[in-house]
Structures are given as C-alpha cells and as structure tokens.
Design a binder for this molecule. Structure first.
Ligand SMILES: O=C(O)c1ccccc1NCC(=O)[C@H](O)[C@H](O)COP(=O)(O)O
Length: 261
C-alpha cells in the first residue's frame, strides 16, 4: 500500500524535475558558518531545535498566520539552539521562508525537506541552510552516504533521521555524527516517545549526538527524551500553536541526563 511518505517522495521527484544543480562557483562557501554540532559539544542542557511549520500532512493547518522572521526571532530570544524551517509544499513551506528566517536570526538553520537528489542540497545551501535533513528510510546505504558526503563538501552539517533498527544501522555505517530519532512513524503518523527510549541508548553508544524529534508536548516528554540519552529535541507543532511561547520554552529547558562524549 502506498504510504504518505511514498506520496511525498513521488511529488518531490516531480517538483524537482527541472531544478538544476548549483555548482561550487554559484554558492557562497565563505558565508559565516553557524555550527549546531559545535553548540552540542558545549552545552549542559537539552538543545532545542524550534521548527517553523505552518501545516503538516498529519495535522493539516497548524498556524498559517505566523510571520517566519518574527517567529524565528522569538525562538532565538527564548533560547532555541537552532531553527528548523520546513521548505516542502506539503507543509506550506518554501526556500523563501528559510532565507527570511536566516536573515532574522543568528542561529544555525536546518533545511527540513525531503532530499532525494544532490541538486536540492545545493539549493538549500544557496538559500542559507547550515544543516540539512536526510531521512534514512528514503535511501539505500550507498545513496545516503553519497548525499551525506556531498552535503559535507558544501560545508553543511547533516541530521540523519531514523525510526527503526535497520535505519539506525544505515546511519551508523555512514558515520553520521548527528542522528535524529523521529518519534513519528512517517508511514502511519503514529507518535510514540518509546521510539527514542528504545533506540536512544544505541545511538549514543555509536558516538553520535542524538536529537529526539516530534511529539514533544510537555516538560515530562522532554525529560523522557533526556533520560533516553538525547542531546536535544526538535519541536514544531507545540511551539507553532503555543498560547504562551515564552512559558513553553521555559518548561522545555531541561538539563542533560547523559553527559556529553
Ligand atoms: O508532521 C508530519 O505530519 C509529517 C508527516 C510526514 C512526514 C514528516 C512529517 N513531519 C516532519 C517532522 O519530522 C516534524 O515536523 C518534526 O519532527 C516536528 O514534529 P512536531 O513537534 O510533532 O510537530
């Protein structure tokens, strides 16, 4: 049966059919580097990647009225470590959003998209991304490695996203330094923080930094992720729909449980 992830990937392949790959000469490789991994090395509290997410396949419209520059500036002032910007059409996001947010803040910016070809990575770089997402479920090991290496050549950090043991094995085998465990099953939309609890210790044993993604609603959820070894969390819907964003950030500030390597 075709899953939502299959549909998203098929649409993505169609959307990028006429996109050209930018060459090194088209890209500004001297741009100020904002390293998320470097921040993770030097923090004693759970890092927060705050997401700009207007809509999603699982929830429909979350908040279509927020201005990306203003929301990004609020995320920064309340203590985010990085900002994730969805640039995919299923989430009503664009590369313009990413550019706008990067210009409004001094934080590392994650381009949250469904990367299937190198040319998308070059465009993410041109738009101002500091990190990109690669979803292990979408690629065989060789393709994942190739895209991971290409991103590194462009000076980008990579969050390799996994959801099960097989994807974990793929991420570790390509030497991923930053691994995200998505608590949301992208095929069924089921969200289960137990996914981080199951795979988290294995990710940390590999030596990679760990981000627990999706489904963070309360401080207790963040504490659970920390206890499972996470170095940080990635939060979209809860921040985009918060009545009191400042207080929600305060609630989500949690010390690390498992020390840095
Ligand atoms: O969020 C979805 O519905 C979704 C559906 C299909 C593929 C990806 C999807 N989300 C991407 C994400 O990983 C989340 O936006 C991110 O982890 C934040 O999740 P949340 O805090 O639960 O909004």
């Amino acid at each position: 049966m075709e899953t939502i992830l299959d549909k998203i990937i098929a649409k993505k392949r169609e959307d990028i059919r006429n996109m050209t790959e930018l060459t090194i000469n088209d890209l500004d490789l001297s741009r100020e580097k904002r390293s998320f991994i470097e921040k993770l090395r030097h923090t004693s509290e759970m890092a927060i990647i705050s997401e700009f997410k207007r809509a999603s396949p699982s929830k429909g419209i979350i908040n279509a009225n927020l201005n990306p520059a203003e929301q990004g500036a609020l995320y920064e002032s309340y203590g985010a470590s990085a900002i994730s910007v969805l640039t995919d059409v299923y989430f009503k996001g664009t590369f313009e959003d990413l550019k706008t947010v990067r210009e409004a803040v001094n934080l590392p910016i994650l381009c949250k998209d469904f990367m299937v070809e190198r040319k998308q990575i070059s465009h993410a770089k041109a738009a101002g991304a500091d990190l990109i997402l690669l979803i292990a479920a979408v690629h065989g090991k060789d393709a994942l490695k190739e895209l991971h290496e290409y991103a590194a050549e462009l000076g980008l950090e990579v969050l390799v996203e996994i959801h099960d043991d097989e994807e974990l094995e793929k991420a570790v085998s390509i030497g991923a330094e930053l691994i995200g465990i998505n608590n949301r099953n992208l095929k069924t939309f089921e969200v289960n923080l137990g996914t981080t609890e199951k795979l988290g210790p294995l990710v940390r044993q590999s030596g990679a930094f760990l981000i627990s993604e999706s489904g963070m609603k309360t401080r207790e959820d963040v504490v659970r992720a920390a206890k499972a070894g996470a170095n940080g969390i990635l939060v979209g819907e809860t921040f985009m729909s918060a009545d009191n964003l400042k207080q929600t950030f305060r609630d989500f500030k949690v010390p690390l449980t498992v020390p840095q390597r």
